[in-house]
Ligand binder design. Structure first.
Ligand code: NAD
Length: 492
């Protein structure tokens, strides 16, 4: 199979924060891979804009080194790299002052083509950037802005941010990134649900016992301790990434795969979420790795606060009050320093209404697992007869579609989430970006839960590094007669 690459229109992309970590690790290596793939037209221009006092050549050197480090295996040779770097320019700019804006304006003047401004800076600078783009005549009706997470830390701050951006740009010009939506498997989730007749009739509380969403990391907070301790797993992961996954699993079929049709349906899911009772939540903080405390300290040491009450793990049982899902719980969990790195959605179907094979055949359930990482793919567990003589014994076997096996080299060409999302910005397609009302609805649901912890001074339970979180999490499942899936690679 040969993948089709459709070049985008010529564009000017300004990356505010173009010298920062995200720009170096994700944005520019991603753009280089799109250049190698032939998707970026030769007239495309990329302008780094940041505080560092370097010139365009200095910027090219910085990005050459970043691509060598983070560009991935698909990098396509020195000549291509030189050609890509020749498209880069740089301005030293102050988001809060006047320095550099006249230079940027000159670079952007009067080209009449797609103009995109990526705000890869702290959210506290979003308003300053928007205001100065307007002041310097760059916020015209064709301009697009891309804003990074976190989008607020509660409903009030998110609303303020939305209002600030709305003062300068229309909603159709604002692209709020949630890079989970750019992942290949996440989009495949929609293809599987809405492109096949097989699943949709069963996709409801009549046939689905429960759904699990797990996003587990083996790493700790690393160098992000200070930032992380102000947010925690709920703000950093649940309010955005896990919420988006839940929406895509639970939403009604949109009439069309277009931005507002998809986002309207996601919004309805968020608005139908029940408040979560405290005994349906497990919060935890990882402990130091025994015998390796210096390298892998516990959470409180890592963030430098021996009394921190921020969670590095959370598991919750969520109910969606609508006709499709009433009675089917969604269990979600995410955490750091867990036993394995895995992002997976598991749909556990109900038992057959009656077993014609008798009690001894045991209980067998169909389980659909959608793996986001590692080994992106989809597995459906089906029940068959165990081969050989000796009566009717049943076993579960996986129908496995690991993308790398099924699609060969095409799967190896998987586009990183950031590459896809930036190209979508250039194409003007907002389907995989969060709308302002969606973000506010997500905070409306999250806020009372966080405020409850704060009011009660809740302390997360300790859990061992390399475990599956605090015992409260497995206990929550056990009370419901269920258990967390071990992961489709190990257990179908
Ligand atoms: P960073 O601290 O590494 O880089 C910040 C950039 O902003 C630098 O280029 C700096 O020069 C520029 N900057 C700072 N103050 C400025 C000013 N007054 N005027 C102009 N430029 C200024 O930050 P980062 O890790 O690259 O993160 C950038 C944004 O992306 C943040 O909103 C962050 O929350 C978000 N984000 C980062 C990651 C990541 O992996 N790094 C992941 C998700 C989201």
């Amino acid at each position: 199979m040969v993948s089709r690459v459709i070049p985008v229109d010529p564009f000017d992309l300004v990356i505010f924060g173009g010298t920062g970590d995200l720009a170096q690790r994700k944005i520019l290596p991603g753009l280089f891979r799109r250049f190698c793939a032939g998707q970026m037209p030769h007239e495309a221009k990329i302008i780094g804009a940041a505080r560092s006092d370097i010139d365009a050549d200095g910027y090219r050197d910085l990005i050459r080194a970043a691509i060598a480090k983070f560009g991935g295996e698909q990098a396509c040779g020195d000549a291509q790299l030189d050609a890509f770097l020749a498209r880069l320019n740089y301005v030293t700019i102050d988001a809060k002052g006047e320095k550099g804006w006249a230079d940027l304006q000159k670079l952007m003047a009067g080209k009449g083509r797609v103009e995109a401004y990526y705000f890869s800076v702290a959210p506290s600078l979003f308003g300053d950037l928007a205001e100065r783009l307007q002041k310097w005549g760059m916020a015209d009706s064709q301009a697009r802005i891309v804003v990074e997470k976190p989008f607020g830390r509660d409903l009030e701050t998110a609303r303020t941010l939305n209002n600030t951006l709305a003062a300068f740009f229309e909603e159709r010009q604002i692209y709020r990134i949630d890079h989970y939506l750019g992942k290949e498997t996440v989009q495949n989730l929609m293809a599987v649900r809405f492109g096949n007749m097989l699943f949709e009739p069963l996709w409801n509380s009549q046939y689905v016992d429960h759904i699990q969403i797990t996003v587990a990391e083996t790493v700790g907070v690393g160098g992000r301790g200070e930032y992380y301790d102000k947010s925690g797993a709920m703000r950093d992961m649940v309010q955005n990434h896990l919420m988006q996954l839940l929406c895509l699993i639970a939403m009604e079929p949109p009439a069309r795969f277009d931005p507002d049709a998809v986002r309207d349906e996601k919004l309805k899911v968020i608005r139908a979420l029940d408040p979560v009772e405290n005994h349906h939540i497990a919060r935890g903080q990882y402990q130091a790795e025994p015998c390796n405390e210096a390298e892998n300290p516990g959470y409180r040491t890592a963030v430098g606060d021996p009394r921190s009450r921020t969670e590095s793990f959370i598991a919750m049982k969520i109910h969606i009050s609508n006709w499709r899902w009433a009675g089917t719980p969604f269990y979600i969990r995410t955490g750091k320093r867990m036993s394995s790195r895995a992002s997976e959605i598991t749909v556990v179907f109900k038992d057959t209404p009656h077993s014609i094979f008798g009690e001894e055949a045991g209980r067998h359930r169909n389980v659909l697992s959608i793996r986001l990482q590692p080994n992106e793919g989809i597995t459906l567990g089906v029940t068959i007869k165990e081969p050989g003589p000796g009566g009717m014994r049943l076993i579960d076997v996986p129908l496995d579609m690991t993308f790398a096996d099924a699609l060969g080299s095409e799967a190896d060409d998987h586009v990183d989430a950031y590459e896809r999302l930036i190209m979508d910005v250039i194409r003007g397609n907002q389907t995989l970006f969060m709308r302002g009302d969606e973000v506010e609805a997500a905070w409306t649901w999250t806020d009372p839960i966080i405020k409850g912890w704060e009011a009660r001074h809740d302390v997360p339970k300790p859990y061992d590094s390399g475990s599956d979180g605090p015992t409260d999490s497995s206990e929550m499942m056990r009370r419901d007669g269920r258990s967390w899936r071990k992961g489709s690679n190990e257990d179908v």
